[in-house]
Write a protein of this length. Structure first.
Length: 211
């Protein structure tokens, strides 16, 4: 049986995590493991054919301490989430500081039934991740978020919700040997585990496709 990763009707509601207090999960029908968190990589294919993803910069714990790192949007399943798509959409709305509230982008994400190949499971962190092709009418809105976010929050963060110091657009590149990478054009920031896991598991050669 073929199961559609972006279709929500196959999921039951979230259930308490068996070992982590106040944590919830969805049973994963794909046979890959439970979904304890969900993430989102919104991307835009520009008129010149290049593909750009929207990411955030937040701290990551390393042996030497906390360091800035590139992260996708996402977080843990909440008891009120209908399915993992709703988790990803809620986290995206929160982590962009409510700057998308006047648009229906997050609603579209929560109800997305696009290509199954645009969803991957990252077992090392029990993340289900959606690569979301931003509708053409919202390209300018999404690509303008880094500047708007900076102007609004000035690098300040809010613990447990908006943890990013800034947002940025990074070009997504495909290499036949390495797969997908987020090219920082000389930047030296590390990627978080979930982001590397999602990029390495994306099997599509091109993201310029209808969904």
């Amino acid at each position: 049986m073929s199961v559609h990763p972006l279709s929500g009707h196959i999921f039951n509601g979230p259930v308490p995590h068996p070992t982590k207090k106040y944590h919830y999960k969805f049973a994963n029908p794909y046979g890959s493991g439970d979904v304890c968190a969900a993430g989102l990589i919104p991307y835009v294919v520009r008129s010149d054919g290049t593909t750009w993803g929207l990411f955030q910069i937040e701290d990551m714990k390393k042996p030497e301490g906390w360091v800035p790192a590139v992260a996708m949007f996402g977080g843990k399943v909440s008891t009120g989430d209908r399915d993992w798509r709703a988790t990803a959409a809620r986290e995206f709305a929160e982590e962009t500081g409510g700057l998308l509230d006047e648009y229906d982008i997050c609603d579209r994400i929560a109800n997305s039934t696009g290509q199954s190949a645009l969803s991957v499971y990252v077992p090392e962190s029990k993340y289900q991740v959606m690569f979301y092709p931003v509708p053409t009418e919202y390209h300018d809105v999404v690509e303008g978020l880094p500047d708007k976010y900076h102007q609004t929050f000035k690098g300040n963060i809010v613990k447990w919700s908006r943890a990013a110091t800034r947002l940025l657009c990074i070009q997504l590149l495909y290499d036949p040997e390495r797969g997908w990478t987020a090219d920082q054009h000389g930047g030296e920031l590390p990627n978080k585990v979930e982001l590397n896991g999602a990029l390495s598991r994306l099997m599509l050669v091109s993201l310029e496709m209808p969904v």
